[in-house]
Write a protein that binds this ligand. Structure first.
Ligand code: BTN
Length: 322
């Protein structure tokens, strides 16, 4: 039925189609039409509703253009194998399953929408259809498992630099890997891994970038803390271009990391940080820590200097900028 409703709108683009007309032509009730329009809205179609005129199709969801993505891809390994889905629960789940069936390093999973997008620390990730980049990247670095936080920071650097190259926005990294524009979150990274003999067997880097969401695409409770690249830059961004830029940036930094270790990545992270030298608060198992975020150590932990001059390392969790 959704397809048939869309066909009706496509026959008269730009025009209003009344509920009565849809109901007559498709032989369904007005309530059923309303339900289908709501389903299409959830799938990324935008409709304008006007009293006495009916509905007008304003825009269709963006769809991944895989051929275009691959044609403009300048990487050797990352993204050379792409799996594209419409709606999935989480691209992370799919990437884990692909690894189990032998998917090689660089395999990329992209989805238009996620119904159960996973965030860090058990949170959900808002992933509406066609509006963002919801992707998972398979990596197989043979490094010790305790290097994982370094890869988290590397991912944030790659993402931040690629966004700076593609979009005109002032973006920075909040420890460990949230990307913020004017204090609001625009992108998040979730690394999930599996180890063997104390070395990483594989890592799934899950990346969410809120690209073309409008304010009304966010639930009320996220509007004061989250934003999108389009809202902040004032222009729609081509998702394929950003994925290409990210994969290239990641591949270059990853090669540098595997050859030279974490030091060069740490310097880049520090240069992009909106955290260092600022007052922060965090919750640790032993209570609340407040102080000035001072520096990153070699493992990727954040050193915080408290009011009484004590240096405390924060290894995981979230911080609040005060
Ligand atoms: C965070 O900041 O909490 C991390 C968010 C990570 C979201 C991405 S979207 C693609 C991938 N699939 C998921 O389920 N989560 C990650």
């Amino acid at each position: 039925m959704n397809e048939r409703i869309l066909e009706l709108f496509q026959q008269s683009p730009e025009a209003y189609v009344s509920g009565e007309e849809i109901s007559r032509r498709l032989n369904v009730s007005r309530t059923a039409i309303w339900k289908h329009i709501e389903e299409l809205r959830a799938a990324g179609y935008e409709f304008e509703a006007a009293p006495r005129k009916g509905y007008r199709l304003v825009s269709k969801p963006d769809k991944w253009q895989v051929t275009e993505l691959l044609q403009g891809l300048r990487t050797k390994v990352l993204g050379q194998k792409v799996h594209v889905y419409g709606e999935v629960d989480s691209t992370q789940t799919i990437a884990h399953a692909l690894v189990a069936s032998g998917a090689p390093e660089g395999t990329l999973v992209l989805a238009e929408a996620q119904t159960a997008g996973r965030g860090r620390m058990g949170r959900a990730w808002h992933s509406p259809a066609g509006k963002g980049i919801w992707m998972s990247l398979v990596l197989t670095p043979r490094v010790p498992v305790y290097f994982l936080p370094q890869l988290t920071l590397l991912s944030a650097v790659a993402l931040c630099r690629s966004i700076q190259k593609v979009c005109q926005v002032d973006i920075g990294i909040k420890w460990p890997n949230d990307l913020l524009i004017k204090g609001k979150k625009v992108s998040g990274i979730l690394l999930e891994s599996s180890g063997e003999d104390e070395r990483l067997k594989y890592v799934i880097a899950g990346i969410g970038i809120s690209v073309n969401l409008k304010v009304e695409d966010y639930p009320e409770e996220l509007r004061s803390v989250a934003t999108s690249l389009a809202i902040e830059s004032g222009a729609e961004i081509k998702r394929e271009t950003l994925v290409q830029a990210f994969l290239l940036e990641f591949e270059e930094l990853y090669a540098l990391y595997l050859e030279k270790g974490f030091s060069p990545i740490r310097l880049l992270w520090e240069a992009l940080s909106v955290t260092l030298k600022r007052p922060i608060r965090t919750h640790s198992p032993s209570g609340v820590i407040e102080g000035i975020a001072d520096s990153l150590d070699d493992s990727g932990a954040l050193t915080v200097i408290t009011g009484n001059g004590e240096k405390i390392k924060v290894y995981s969790g979230d911080i609040e900028l005060r």
